[in-house]
Design a protein around this ligand. Structure first.
Ligand code: ZN
Length: 145
């Protein structure tokens, strides 16, 4: 008997999050959307693909591109399901973009983007590294998320 967590009629289900990364996805969501939105985190669900996975559900919210990009940093394998009228109306894979502009903060305190009002921009070098275009330092996706 599968564990049923309250179904949502309108909103987003983020599935196939690597087990343990669900909290980070939830942190990104609570940073981006008002706390009044109902969200649920299901940890260590069974997955044929991963063995164990986390699932995050958020009611009344459809993720914009910037938030989906941030989520790709902590959950590169995640699938985003859009729910309308209690049915899956759209499904897509998150994908780490080649450049992330204006949404992340550079962890280097001496970076110009932290000293002046310069827009941050990071280039994806590979799945494990992104480079700040301003200070040229390399960071892991988790450091930036
Ligand atoms: Zn920087």
């Amino acid at each position: 008997m599968p564990l049923m967590v309250e179904k949502i009629s309108e909103g987003t289900v983020i599935d196939h999050i690597k087990a343990g990364a669900g909290m980070k996805v939830l942190a990104i969501l609570s940073d981006a959307y008002p706390l009044s939105k109902m969200a649920a985190l299901i940890m260590n669900a069974h997955s044929r693909k991963f063995g164990r996975k986390d699932i995050v559900k958020i009611e009344g919210v459809f993720l914009d591109e910037k938030i989906a990009n941030r989520i790709s940093l902590v959950a590169p394998s995640a699938t985003i399901n859009m729910i309308r009228n209690s049915k899956v109306s759209g499904k897509r894979q998150v994908k780490m973009p080649d450049t992330l502009t204006g949404i992340l903060k550079c962890p280097n305190p001496m970076c110009i983007t932290n000293l002046e009002r310069a827009e941050t921009s990071f280039l994806r070098v590979n799945d494990r590294h992104l480079r700040c275009r301003h200070c040229e330092r390399l960071f892991s996706p988790e450091e930036l998320a």
